[in-house]
Design a protein around this ligand. Structure first.
Ligand code: HEC
Length: 102
């Protein structure tokens, strides 16, 4: 049972790693749609959370990490923190690339 868990765990880790190293970059639009759109709106124009569409990529990545890692706690940041704990650094790069181009 322990061995099986290890194998499953390794696969869960390996699949996103293989995907991020492949020719196809992480799907920023797809991740945004499933993990962010509920609060930032379907096209990033903001609803509960602020507008993200058209913001600078670097700014989005930095602010995102600050909130995810608990270093930015202003306003309603706490509301977002729990929802985005599983979003990786590669994921946020892809998401920010998508959003900044909107
Ligand atoms: C549960 C709702 C919620 C979810 C889900 C959520 N956010 Fe947020 N987000 C917020 C709120 C609310 C704020 C404003 C925080 C504040 O008051 O300072 C925010 C702020 C931000 C900011 C800072 C914007 C700025 O102008 O400073 C970024 C970047 C951001 N979110 C990105 C994301 C990304 C990317 C995702 C998906 C991976 C996501 N958020 C998911 C609610 C959410």
């Amino acid at each position: 049972m322990k061995l099986l868990k290890g194998v499953v765990g390794a696969a869960v880790l390996a699949i996103p790693m293989m995907m991020s190293q492949g020719a196809v970059a992480a799907d920023g639009k797809g991740i945004y749609g499933s993990k962010c759109a509920g609060c930032h709106g379907p096209t990033g124009m903001g609803t509960v959370g602020p507008r993200l569409a058209g913001q600078q990529e670097k700014y989005l990545v930095e602010q995102f990490k600050l909130i995810r890692d608990g270093k930015r706690t202003s306003g309603k940041s706490g509301m977002m923190k729990g929802a985005v704990a599983s979003v990786s650094d590669d994921d946020i790069k892809a998401i920010a690339g998508y959003l900044s181009a909107l």
